[in-house]
Design a binder for this molecule. Structure first.
Ligand SMILES: O=P(O)(O)O[C@H]1O[C@H](CO)[C@@H](O)[C@H]1O
Ligand SMILES: O=c1cc[nH]c(=O)[nH]1
Length: 313
């Protein structure tokens, strides 16, 4: 009996550990205090388990205003008490990122590009770890350029891929390149796709997302301050991307996917396409149209959250 019992406890323990947000740094446990500098939070000055221990969903996106609007929207959708207009930025001690807590949902901005989001993710993952959060799902709610898609289409990322369409993220550490997988959670992606079929006016596809380090040359645009290639060369690269399953292009998905995966956090990337890159480079839609497009990933993820919380049938 004893070995069976031990084995059983071992599995339960492993399950418990798996559901926790894991940091992969042996030094962290030896530190007396951990200062999350860009959040203006610290383990000594803030009771992180009390402040954040109930977080189950974290939604991140580039713009501070968009993530505030999302926090107000999800407050309304979850029918929480209080005035959403009075929602407070937890990171108001810094203007690097903004952060809003709405019941079990955390809404955070990450700025543009891999370096900006990766700094935010280091501190977010440590925050969730220090707060002893369990069963957390992270979503990136963003905008992107569509590849062969009508503007307004929402793309749920199957694989986040690099400039050669490989599902990997390369990080330089001490002068050496470390390569990490960018696979995302298949279960969450297909649940999101199912959610999209339950909503009106939300054209949605699953496809690969190309992550670049630049908006202009890096995404094959002909309208930057620099351009060293022809229109035909641009179209050839986009065609190759399309053949590799790429349906949209943005600037954070690979590091987002890689860091979440290493730390045992389920993650999904949901970005709306603002234009079809086969048709041009400039974003010509009106402000109102763009605002409506940006709400689409929010509506989809809010539906997912409400279903998970049992607020919807
Ligand atoms: O809509 P967000 O989240 O800002 O992301 C996309 O928009 C920015 C470029 O305009 C890049 O950061 C890209 O990834
Ligand atoms: O074309 C686009 C649009 C939004 N964000 C990007 O990174 N690219």
């Amino acid at each position: 009996m004893a070995p069976i019992l031990l084995n059983c406890m071992g599995n339960e323990h492993n399950e418990y550990i798996k559901q926790q947000v894991q940091v992969k740094n042996p030094y962290l446990g030896t530190m007396e205090e951990d200062i999350l500098y860009h959040f203006s939070l610290s383990t000594r000055t803030h009771n992180l388990p009390e402040m954040f221990g109930d977080i189950k969903f974290v939604c991140v996106g580039g713009s501070a205003n968009r993530m505030k609007a999302f926090a107000q929207f999800i407050h309304h959708e979850l029918k929480l008490p209080g005035n959403p207009e009075e929602i407070k930025d937890i990171c108001d001690g810094t203007d690097r990122y903004c952060m809003y807590k709405v019941g079990p949902v955390l809404s955070i901005s990450h700025g543009m590009g891999v370096p900006s989001i990766s700094i935010m993710l280091h501190e977010l993952i440590k925050l969730l770890h220090h707060a002893q959060c369990r069963d957390v799902i992270l979503f990136r709610l963003g905008t992107s350029g569509g590849v062969g898609l009508a503007p307004g289409t929402v793309v749920i990322t199957e694989k986040a891929v690099d400039y050669s369409f490989r599902p990997q993220f390369e990080q330089v550490v001490l002068g050496k390149v470390i390569t990490r997988s960018t696979e995302l959670d298949k279960g969450v992606s297909s649940e999101l796709l199912q959610c999209s079929t339950e909503l009106e006016n939300l054209p949605t596809v699953i496809g690969n997302t190309l992550c670049t380090h630049d908006f202009y040359e890096g995404q094959g645009r002909l309208d930057g301050a620099l351009c060293s290639f022809s229109h035909e060369e641009k179209l050839e690269y986009l065609r190759k991307a399309f053949e590799a399953g790429v349906r949209n292009i943005e600037m954070e998905s690979t590091v987002f996917a890689a860091m979440c995966r290493v730390c045992g956090v389920k993650a999904a990337v949901v970005c709306v396409a603002l234009l079809n890159r086969f048709d041009g480079d400039q974003i010509t839609s009106s402000h109102d149209v763009l605002v409506e497009y940006q709400q689409r990933p929010q509506i989809l993820v809010s539906h997912f959250i409400k279903k998970r919380l049992g607020i919807l049938a």
